[in-house]
Design a protein around this ligand. Structure first.
Ligand SMILES: [Zn+2]
Length: 367
């Protein structure tokens, strides 16, 4: 397996300590493993049942906490029926564990003993947990003003937290400095993350008895779940196991919606937008690193980008809680998006098979 720059095409060995190309482009995997339904290991209930479709990792290097295999339950909001994929039931309470289990297992395979990361939310909590399990030393750079509640879970797993003064960008700069001597286990930059998140598509195909949903809605910041789903469904399509790709819709918080601006105005550059305040802190991302791939996936599948207001996010969160589904505000963003007219759907919306992943537990951000 090699890594390849998405911008200039230069190839790098998978064991590289570089986290992006010299030209600044992000890495993708040069030849992704193909999906073979006969290679799904039905005896395994975690996402490691799809191990044959992952980069090669020896059994003794697999770092697993039982991730994947999340339930799919009927729900309803704003008069629309959908299936909720309960990703918040993952070992650390968010979908991030899908990517982390593959990334950390791969790091174990490489013999990496220490990593750095710069999130203050669900990715860092997930990385800290899997590193604890793998006995890999984990240092997380966080903005000095990050909310203490969010940091508790990360610290509990034994990760070292390094507060960085100034705006959020400073933590990113500090981690990039540290990455010169340590492995940057980034949820945003590492393409291994997408190899893990793609399993949500494989799982849905199995849960829906061999079909894809008509549409999916995702709360979208850096877009790793949307992109992972895109890769997974494309694998299914190429293997002849589904007839059509689901329409992938990205839902952003109005206060911080760069993808919406790119989509609406057909921009060819990442716009410089202010980082507005939103309760959906998991997707408060000004500069999504893989924005080109996200926009391409959305256009190719007939999806869209829509925005929702703060009050709509809160109302969607309540709507879910009143059906027994307790999620963090970021997760409610996707459900709030059901109020928007989605292209290609119109009045057909009510007849469609819609799946919405509920990405993070409400227990993480008790209000
Ligand atoms: Zn490049």
């Amino acid at each position: 397996m090699n890594l390849r720059c998405a911008d200039c095409g230069q190839e790098f060995p998978a064991a590289t300590r570089q986290w992006r190309c010299d030209c600044g482009g992000v890495f993708e995997i040069s030849e992704r493993p193909r999906l073979d339904r006969d290679k799904i290991d039905a005896k395994v209930s975690t996402l490691w049942r799809y191990r044959a479709m992952f980069p090669t990792i020896k059994t003794e290097h697999i770092v697993s906490l039982g991730e994947g295999g999340t339930p799919l339950v009927p729900a309803r909001a704003y008069g629309v029926e959908f299936l909720a994929k309960l990703e918040f039931l993952a070992p650390t309470g968010s979908f991030k564990d899908r990517g982390t289990t593959v990334l950390v297992s791969f790091l174990k395979e490489l013999g990496v003993t220490e990593v750095v990361e710069d999130s203050s939310g669900n990715s860092a909590a997930s990385l800290a947990a899997y590193c604890a399990r793998a006995q890999i030393q984990c240092r997380i750079f966080v903005p000095a003003h990050a909310s203490p509640a969010k940091l508790k879970q990360i610290r509990a797993y034994g990760a070292e937290l390094i507060p960085v003064e100034g705006p959020r960008e400073n933590a990113a700069l500090a981690v990039q400095q540290a990455a010169q001597s340590s492995y940057y286990a980034s949820h945003v930059y590492s393409p291994l993350i997408l190899e893990g998140t793609k399993t949500i598509a494989y799982e849905l195909w199995e849960q829906l008895d061999g079909r894809a949903p008509d549409a999916m809605l995702f709360p979208t910041g850096h877009g790793t779940l949307l992109l992972g789903a895109y890769y997974g469904f494309r694998d299914l399509l190429e293997a002849g196991l589904i007839a059509e790709m689901p329409a992938l819709h990205a839902v952003q918080a109005e206060a911080c919606a760069p993808l919406y601006k790119i989509y609406k105005e057909n921009l060819s550059e990442l716009p410089d937008i202010p980082q507005g305040e939103t309760i959906a802190e998991g997707i408060r991302i000004r500069r999504p690193v893989r924005w080109k791939a996200i926009i391409r996936a959305i256009r190719e599948t007939g999806g869209s980008v829509v925005i929702v207001s703060e009050s709509e996010i809160l109302s969607a969160q309540r709507e879910l809680a009143h059906q027994g589904l307790y999620v963090e505000p970021t997760s409610a963003v996707a459900v709030a998006g059901l109020q928007r007219p989605l292209p290609e759907m119109g009045d057909e919306l009510r007849k469609q098979l819609i799946v919405i992943p509920l990405t993070g537990s409400g227990l993480k951000v008790p209000s």
